[in-house]
Design a protein around this ligand. Structure first.
Ligand code: HEM
Length: 430
């Protein structure tokens, strides 16, 4: 089976590739060009996510290709201890406990602790857009990538002045690990990653030197540690911040972009949302299933393991195709149809499953729901610009739009008939 995530149809219409893989009776394939085992069925992806002993996380954040020696020399200096998506037992259960204690991860805690931050930041960005009546804007830089970064900086207690370099480092990490940069670019991105890690170490060190810990994430993690390395070491606090700054940013940017794309691609959806005829949380849930921001995620096998009829050897890297699993007909009715009325959307695997289940799922949902609600209130006539070319960045894991061009119109359009029960939207390929 061939899968090229860096060129061709996968960049414009990944669902056609997921369908082909799902339709193949083997269910599991070795993609020789990538050196990755592809796992596509919902039950198999779910099992791999749940079984941290057989499907380990150790290489999840390691580049998916052979890095050039110069870049490798730089990466060897990166001594960030694994704490989240790259950690396995016995470290992961301990650091996960720390994360659960210091980062809000239930709907109630997220609303109580982060609700005001999210609303303030959404209001800032939406008001800025609403002031540009008649303009054509790109919703990706103006909203989708900006909001989650501002929110995560507020939560961590990182100053706004650092936003540009954090954005560039975080984008660089995603391109370095899951993209296909040329050797010169690998060296530049690896250096950026090292600088990013040193920046996170400094953030924590300064906070400790200042004596005042504060009530943001870094302050809470230091208080939780309580000077006890057996609970959490200082480098582990820095590593948690390092991971959250990336994990909390590009992922939610993808969710916002896909949600707005789905909402605006079909004027009836937008009209229903604007008129309050459609529940925003259900719309976001179906977007998570249909167009996940992370549609492939990595594991490495710790032993020979049989999945379906195929035996994967020990030490093999596996790409869990979350995008395909979310369209498995064994779990979802009419899986290729975007249907916000469906009742099975909650079975999606877009936030993972099991011991590494996304700690920021509640925050990401809250951000998406508030963005849709505020946009429909403040810019009800928002519409996609015509002749939209839709394509995604070349990446194994992250499904990120290049652009999403829209026209600002604060006047409510004439109503479009309701869609209940008949909603079908397919994202048009470029
Ligand atoms: C739509 C937005 C998001 C998506 C699609 C997403 C997706 C995921 C997935 C698939 C995993 C599982 C990783 C694994 O099994 O190895 C994960 C884990 C994680 N996510 Fe998210 N995420 C999102 C938002 C966020 C946000 C907003 C934050 C925090 C600010 C966050 C922080 C994390 C962390 C720290 C982990 C690792 C947890 C662990 O290993 O115990 N994510 N996320």
């Amino acid at each position: 089976m061939r899968l090229n995530p860096f060129a061709g149809v996968y960049l414009t219409d990944p669902a056609s590739m997921w369908r082909r893989i799902l339709d193949d009776p083997a269910g599991v394939h070795y993609a020789e060009d990538l050196g990755l085992w592809l796992i596509s069925r919902h039950a198999d992806v779910r099992r791999a996510l749940a079984d941290a002993t057989t499907f380990a996380n150790a290489l999840t954040l390691a580049p998916v290709y052979q890095v050039c020696p110069e870049a490798m020399n730089v990466l060897m200096q990166l001594d960030a201890p694994p704490t989240t998506a790259a950690a396995d037992p016995p470290v992961h259960p301990r650091t996960r406990r720390a994360l659960r204690a210091t980062f809000a991860n239930t709907a109630e805690r997220v609303e109580a602790e982060y609700g005001a931050i999210v609303r303030r930041r959404v209001d800032q960005l939406v008001s800025r857009l609403a002031a540009r009546q008649g303009d054509r804007v790109d919703l990706i830089p103006e909203l989708a990538t900006e909001l989650p970064l501002l929110v995560v900086l507020d939560i961590l207690g990182v100053p706004d002045v650092d936003i540009a370099r954090i954005r560039s480092w975080a984008d660089g990490q995603i391109a370095l690990v899951w993209g296909q940069p040329d050797p010169a670019e690998q060296v530049r991105l690896a250096q950026g990653l090292l600088d990013f890690w040193h920046y996170c170490e400094d953030l924590v060190r300064q906070r400790m030197d200042g004596g005042q810990q504060g009530d943001d994430f870094i302050g809470r993690a230091l208080a939780y540690r309580d000077d006890d390395d057996a609970v959490l070491t200082v480098p582990e606090v820095a590593s948690l911040a390092f991971n959250l700054l990336v994990a909390g940013h590009e992922t939610t940017a993808g969710l916002l972009a896909h949600t707005l794309d789905q909402a605006l691609s079909n004027p009836r959806h937008w009209s229903d949302l604007t008129a309050g005829r459609r529940a925003v949380p259900a719309f976001v849930a179906e977007t998570l299933r249909f167009a996940p921001a992370i549609d492939g995620w990595l594991r490495v096998t710790s032993r020979d393991v049989t999945v379906g009829t195929v035996t994967i050897p020990a030490g093999a890297r596996c790409l869990l195709l979350i995008g395909a699993a979310n369209r498995d007909p064994a779990v979802f009715t009419h899986p290729d149809r975007f249907d916000p009325d469906r009742t099975d959307a909650g079975n999606h695997l877009s936030f993972g499953h099991g011991p590494h289940f996304c700690i920021g799922a509640g925050l990401a949902r809250l951000e998406a729901e508030i963005v849709v609600t505020r946009l429909t209130e403040a810019i009800p006539g928002l519409r996609l610009a015509t002749a939209q070319q839709r394509s995604y960045k070349a990446n194994v894991a992250f499904r990120a739009h290049h652009t999403l061009l829209a026209v600002i119109d604060i006047m409510a359009p004439a109503d479009v008939p309701a869609t209940r029960g008949a909603a079908t939207t397919e994202v048009a390929a470029a």
